[in-house]
Design a protein around this ligand. Structure first.
Ligand SMILES: NC(=O)c1ccc[n+]([C@@H]2O[C@H](COP(=O)([O-])OP(=O)(O)OC[C@H]3O[C@@H](n4cnc5c(N)ncnc54)[C@H](O)[C@@H]3O)[C@@H](O)[C@H]2O)c1
Length: 336
């Protein structure tokens, strides 16, 4: 694949231009661009600026409200619901996490669901927002069906990611941000293009049997068999049902039904360690735990043990300086 490396600021400006030309208000376009570039900086390119073309198509088709009036309704001392008015998921999720953070600062915990939303990108952005304020952040979102339930032959669940961000005193935060499918469909398509076999457990064929030929994959499998499957349902329950949104097969497709509002739900939680233990000791203990894990002896074939999020944080440091690498086709679209 031909690629180009550009400064992250240029990528952000190009995305803002594309989205505002498609009618999105400037403030929301800036936030969406920031979150897409956040993903590319971490080399999570699947959720980076390459998604811009899809968002433009959905805006053009009327499937996203370009001037959403996002409202927060506080429902209790530590709870609330954000109504996204069918705007961009990135902006709606950002509002929801910020509200959870404010409640956690004051009352120890904040839990916010979001409704009438759309694709919100890489969850790491939101849990990092909490961790940067010395809070634990949790985020979940459901997505449209492409994953088989354990033992089932047809797709029912989405790739339903879950993310946790935990602060430390001197180290960068612990950031676990993972889809509950074993891998993304994009990775299987990449193996297909490269003529490589996939390991069993990534995807199933039309009979529901796990396959090694990437060309036969019609649906994905969860990680960890029934455990990942159970967690995937939990994500759909917290971000879908608890938010009052649809679940599994009833969710509007991302790629398709471009003119339909997606009505997605998300779930965010912020936890203030100071309400449970000595906050400073907690941060120091996080440092110690992560330091000790890093020093754990590596197994054959591994150079070292990494903390979740660490590889992406190293990518970010490097890419902030050297630029982000994206497909040439994506760059051409953004420049057009
Ligand atoms: N908004 C949506 O609808 C949606 C849907 C699916 C996925 N996503 C996003 O897609 C992105 C990619 O998800 P993914 O599941 O493919 O991520 P991934 O499999 O690349 O990584 C999952 C987690 O494992 C950690 N990890 C990976 N290698 C490691 C190692 N060697 N040592 C320690 N930790 C390691 C990573 O830091 C990360 O926290 C995420 O940002 C997710 O939020 C979003």
């Amino acid at each position: 694949m031909s690629t180009v490396t550009i400064a992250h600021q240029e990528a952000k400006e190009l995305v803002v231009k594309k989205l505002t030309e498609a009618g999105l208000n400037k403030e929301h376009a800036e936030k969406v661009a920031e979150i897409l570039v956040h993903a590319d900086l971490r080399n999570v390119n699947s959720h980076g600026v390459l998604r811009t073309e899809h968002y433009v198509n959905r805006l053009n088709a009327g499937g996203i409200n370009p001037n959403a009036n996002i409202q927060f309704n506080k429902t209790g001392p530590v709870t609330g619901v954000v109504d996204g008015d069918d705007g961009f998921g990135h902006v709606i999720a950002d509002v929801a996490m910020k509200q959870a953070i404010e409640m956690a600062k004051e009352n120890g915990i904040g839990m916010v669901t979001a409704i009438n939303s759309s694709h919100c990108g890489a969850l790491s952005y939101f849990v990092q927002e909490a961790a940067e304020q010395n809070l634990i952040g949790i985020a979940m979102t459901h997505t449209d069906k492409i994953v088989v339930p354990f033992g089932g032959k047809e797709a029912f669940l989405g790739t339903n990611p879950i993310a946790y961000g935990v602060p430390a005193k001197t180290s960068k935060p612990f950031i676990l941000d993972m889809a509950t499918s074993n891998v993304a469909l994009g990775k299987i398509l990449q193996y297909k293009e490269e003529g490589k076999e996939i390991p069993p457990g990534w995807g199933v064929d039309e009979n529901g049997e796990t396959v090694t030929d990437p060309g036969k994959v019609v649906a994905l499998q969860t990680f960890g068999g029934p455990k990942g499957y159970g967690l995937s349902m939990i994500v759909d329950i917290f971000s879908g049902l608890l938010a009052g949104a649809a679940f599994g097969p009833h969710i509007t497709k991302m790629y398709g039904d471009l003119d339909k509002k997606r009505k997605l739900g998300h779930y965010f939680c912020a936890i203030n360690p100071a309400f449970f233990t000595d906050a400073d000791a907690f941060l120091e203990n996080m440092d110690q735990m992560m330091d000790e894990i890093r020093q754990a002896p590596p197994a054959p074939g591994f150079s070292q043990v990494f903390v979740p999020g660490e590889i992406e944080q190293m990518n970010e440091e490097r890419n902030l300086e050297n630029g982000i690498t994206i497909a040439s086709t994506v760059y051409q679209f953004l420049k057009k």
